[in-house]
Design a binder for this molecule. Structure first.
Ligand code: C5P
Length: 201
């Protein structure tokens, strides 16, 4: 039997951490759908047209070392506004969502477009400043030369592009449970997400 948890929200709100922990807690599989768009964006930086990159995406492309950089994130959000790129990635995501044993998918349009019938939908947010600080700490801890201002500007630009695009814009599904992680520790945010799933399960 499949059980799908859709987790959407803007960049660096805590989706990744929460999704991994929720998946581990329930013994579900986890798919970080942002990685798919990052891998497509990465290939366009090498000169491949975006639609061709999406249609030819393989598991190996998801293993590139620099997918987490701000540079690749910007390329990802640009290719993500192209309807044909999004269309090329739908089947893979839906197949993952239906895997037996349960699935957690995190992204921008999981509850609205990819899995509108997901058993649980969460929309994870935090203030711009809190998100930028977290992403700054994460990137600097991994040895990337970044500034707080640069990271904040990068997040705002990406959120604006993701929210304003015509196809599958970032927005909460009508029936999503909102989790604002601004004032929460990681453990509190995870507990809030698990409690929301427990209400349905
Ligand atoms: O989640 P992450 O920051 O890795 O996503 C990178 C970019 O991929 C986002 O800024 C967004 O443009 C795009 N994306 C998307 N739909 C998803 C997941 C990510 O458009 N489901």
């Amino acid at each position: 039997m499949s059980f799908t948890i859709a987790i959407d929200g803007p960049a660096a709100a805590g989706k990744g951490t929460i999704s991994k922990a929720v998946a581990a807690h329930f013994g579900f599989g986890h798919l970080d759908t942002g990685l798919l768009y990052r891998a497509v964006g990465r290939k366009t930086l090498d000169g491949m047209p975006a639609i061709q990159a999406a249609q030819s995406l393989t598991a190996d492309d998801l293993k590139a070392d620099d997918l987490r950089t701000g540079h690749v994130a910007q390329a990802a959000s640009k290719v993500a506004s192209i309807p044909e790129v999004r269309a090329a990635l739908v089947d893979f995501q839906r197949a993952f969502a239906r895997r037996s044993g349960g699935a957690v998918l995190d992204g921008r349009d999981i509850g609205t477009v990819i899995c509108p019938d997901a058993e649980v939908k969460l929309y994870v947010t935090a203030s711009d400043e809190v998100r930028a600080e977290r992403r700054y700490l994460e990137l600097s801890a991994n040895g990337h030369a970044v500034t707080r201002e640069g990271v904040l500007e990068d997040l705002r630009e990406r959120d604006a592009r993701d929210s304003e695009r015509a196809t599958a814009p970032l927005k909460p599904a009508d029936d999503a449970y909102l989790v604002d992680t601004s004032g929460l520790s990681i453990d509190q945010a995870i507990a809030a997400a698990i409690a929301a799933v427990d209400q349905v399960k």
